[in-house]
Design a protein around this ligand. Structure first.
Ligand code: NAP
Ligand code: HSE
Length: 432
């Protein structure tokens, strides 16, 4: 069988993991031996690397790989947005299939990239872009295709789950734990994307497009991160029987004017300790998928890191190689992707959800009554309201609502904030 020659753009955490898989003597399928690395592009040719590489393999010009007619597949594991997008599109236009781990590019430019790949009769595969080592893109494209997806909810960022787990189990310091996640190769080059929820929003956008078949306007996804979570919220959540996790949720609603309405959001959330997602610790990710007629499944495993992410990239390369051999250059409709309907995201004020609110206020008579009145007047039903801490004249009140309209909840919050007795609304989280 003809070898599949690949050019790898990027030799950092993921790129070096790919090299290790393709050059090691793993006891794996013989098809792995048909993949040959032709060239690797890096930024800095003089950088000291853990892996010794033949200098002839390296270049600092990614376009050398793209323009090399002997290279079949471009593997983009460089990161960033603009240059990475150019590399991907240029490669597709030159008739090369592309494998990428880049969720930022796919979430923003997926439509143009999928369209270009289809037009050129090649593939763009991105298994590693979501949930690192967990096969999730391929199941949505192929194994789950006989179902109608109803809902997806999960933990899909490794860095933040690693940080929250350490804060919960060891009372670890947020900043120190973020540094540790960076040193372990979990975090993005700019970890703001992880901790502020942007990476999670990119990923749920990609998953929603694959699951529901329509383009998602990435900028319409409301997302919040974990940078404002402190040990107090974790302690209170624990006392009340919850874990705090950064969740992504995407759920189908109704079809309005030929467009499927979707409820999609990303935010730190309280999860009952008995919920399967509460058991997902460290760098692990998990996605619960509710589908008809399948029912509910949970995909679980390492969500970031060199080996797991590289394994996903290499499995895409193998799929491409097998498809090119089997299909004699005709496109496999389930391995490729195109939009087949319109979708839109429901405005944040229109969705319903459960909420957690921590309010710091004066410890004076009647405050809880006033807070309760405001919620009642705005049609917000309370599941529980407790005073958890009181020192000198200050009290901390924690409210958990039932599932309520977000607009009603936000209005109540503004009114509570303007009460004379309220010092600050210290935190607001979602609940499932
Ligand atoms: P990384 O460790 O920072 O590596 C980036 C690599 O790209 C480096 O080798 C760098 O070269 C190279 N590079 C940067 N700019 C370049 C340029 N202009 N031309 C050529 N090469 C260039 O990043 P990573 O963690 O491997 O992540 C790569 C991608 O995978 C990102 O899109 C990320 O979101 C995604 N991803 C990462 C993980 C993970 O766990 N790390 C998981 C899933 C997806 P030098 O070595 O010379 O600096
Ligand atoms: N920074 C990402 C994470 C890498 O922590 O999940 C995997 O996409």
């Amino acid at each position: 069988m003809r070898k599949c020659k690949i050019g790898i753009v990027g030799f950092g955490t993921v790129g070096s993991g790919i090299y290790k898989i393709l050059t090691s003597e793993l006891d794996s399928h013989p098809i792995l031996k048909e993949i040959e690395i032709s060239k690797i592009a890096v930024k800095d040719l003089n950088k000291k690397r853990d892996i010794e590489l033949d200098n002839n393999l390296l270049t600092d010009d990614p376009f050398k790989l793209i323009n090399d007619p002997s290279i079949d597949v471009i593997v983009e594991v460089m990161g960033g947005v603009d240059l990475a997008k150019d590399i991907i599109l240029q490669s597709l236009k030159l008739g090369k299939s592309v494998v990428t781990a880049n969720k930022a590019v796919i979430a923003r430019y997926g439509e143009e990239i999928y369209r270009t790949a289809s037009k050129e009769g090649v593939y763009i595969l991105s298994e590693a872009a979501v949930c690192g080592g967990i096969p999730i893109i391929e199941p949505l494209k192929r194994s789950l295709k006989s179902n109608s997806i109803k809902k997806m909810v999960g933990i899909i960022n490794g860095t933040t789950n690693f940080i929250l787990s350490k804060m919960t189990n060891e009372k670890a310091d947020y900043k120190e734990t973020l540094k540790l996640a960076q040193s372990l190769g979990y975090a993005e080059f700019d970890p703001t994307a992880d901790v502020e929820g942007h990476d999670t929003a990119d990923k749920i956008s990609i998953l929603s497009e694959l699951a529901f078949g329509g383009k998602i306007k990435r900028e319409d996804i409301h997302s919040e991160g974990i940078s404002k979570i402190n040990l107090k919220d974790i302690e209170y959540a624990n006392k009340l029987g919850f874990e705090i996790k950064l969740l992504a949720l995407s759920e189908r609603d109704q079809i309005n004017n030929d467009s499927l309405a979707l409820n999609i959001w990303v935010g730190p959330s309280l999860i009952p300790k008995s919920h399967p997602l509460a058991t997902v610790k460290g760098v692990n990710n998990a996605l619960l998928i509710e589908a008809d007629p399948l029912g509910e499944i949970m995909l679980y495993g390492p969500g970031a890191g060199s080996g797991p992410t590289a394994a996903s990239v290499v499995s895409d390369i193998l799929n491409l190689h097998a498809a090119s051999v089997k299909n004699n250059n005709s496109i496999d409709p389930l391995l490729s992707f195109y939009f087949w309907r319109n979708c839109h995201i429901i405005e944040s004020s229109q969705i319903n959800k459960k909420n957690y609110l921590r309010i710091i206020c004066l410890d004076s008579p009647g405050v809880i009554g006033k807070i309760g009145d405001i919620f009642g007047k705005n049609n917000v039903s309370i599941e529980s309201i407790v005073q958890l801490d009181a020192s000198e004249d200050k009290a901390e009140i924690v409210v958990i609502t039932h599932e309520v309209n977000n607009g009603d909840f936000e209005r109540s919050k503004d009114e509570i904030n303007s009460l004379n007795e309220v010092k600050i609304i210290a935190s607001q989280l979602s609940c499932i």
